[in-house]
Design a protein around this ligand. Structure first.
Ligand code: NAG
Length: 246
């Protein structure tokens, strides 16, 4: 009897161990302690005087060829230029712009109309993201630039496979002009495998976007993915710090 329960215990324990490995990196999404997005309490986030301004060097890639990609769940622009962002002297290359409607990050529990995430990657694979929030208001000139391609994607909403549309002259100079103050914290990719140690920089000043532009950003998505924001994740003791120019 006792032997049987000990045996059952060991079998159970081994199954747990096997289970943990079998679920692989995807388990970081549920077990990780430094996940994104988060709800940023701006009143509790201290200014850190030693943070540096975001060193954005997009000039060499101001106008380049890009591809708008949609699989019905995610909408992104894929880029392959060099340069983009330096953090503590380490260069990260701009790889992707991800679009989310509504925003993934929240400021003081308030979701925004949309969020654009500039995903940068260093040669060693580590990532740094600059996120810009959009609130409803006048149309964004940046999103305006993508309207012809978004309209084309919307003709085949919710494609079974990946749709790709070239943007012959994608002007990145907007990215350099975006606001300077930001919230910095360590988080993760917001879609599986939810890899952690991503340096997040959420710009503190929201830009505006029109209702028609928000509709255009979600039009190519499947009905169940019209809201493609991951829910906010617990901070688990992480501190969000503020870079304030003044
Ligand atoms: C401020 O930021 C620097 C650079 O990231 C960091 O080393 C330091 O610990 C931060 N200061 C505080 C008080 O958290």
């Amino acid at each position: 009897m006792a032997f049987n329960s000990i045996l059952a215990f060991f079998i159970g324990a081994s199954l747990l161990v096997i289970g943990a490995f079998a679920s692989g990196p995807a388990s970081v999404c549920s077990a990780g302690k430094s996940q994104s997005p988060v709800d940023i309490n701006t009143y509790l986030s201290p200014i850190n005087k030693t943070l540096e301004p975001l060193d954005r060097q997009y000039s060499s890639l101001d106008v380049q060829k890009a591809t708008l990609v949609c699989d019905g769940k995610h909408l992104e622009i894929s880029l392959n230029g060099n340069g983009g962002l330096k953090i503590y002297g380490k260069p990260y290359n701009l790889r992707q712009l991800l679009f989310h409607t509504p925003s993934e990050h929240r400021l003081n529990s308030v979701p925004y109309a949309a969020e654009v995430q500039q995903v940068h990657e260093a040669p060693d694979g580590s990532r740094a993201v600059v996120a810009i929030l959009f609130k409803y208001g006048p149309p964004s000139p940046f999103i305006d630039m993508l309207m012809p391609q978004l309209e084309q994607l919307a003709k085949k909403p919710c494609p079974g496979n990946e749709q790709r549309i070239d943007i012959p002259k994608f002007d990145l100079s907007f990215l350099r002009k975006w606001p300077r103050d930001y919230y910095r914290y360590l988080g993760s990719n917001t879609s599986p495998p939810c890899t952690e140690n991503v340096i997040w920089n959420v710009l503190s000043e929201a830009k505006t976007i029109s209702a028609a532009q928000v509709t255009a950003l979600s039009a190519p998505l499947c009905q169940e993915n019209k809201n493609n924001a991951r829910p906010v994740q617990p901070l688990n003791g992480r501190k969000v710090q503020v870079y304030d120019e003044v």
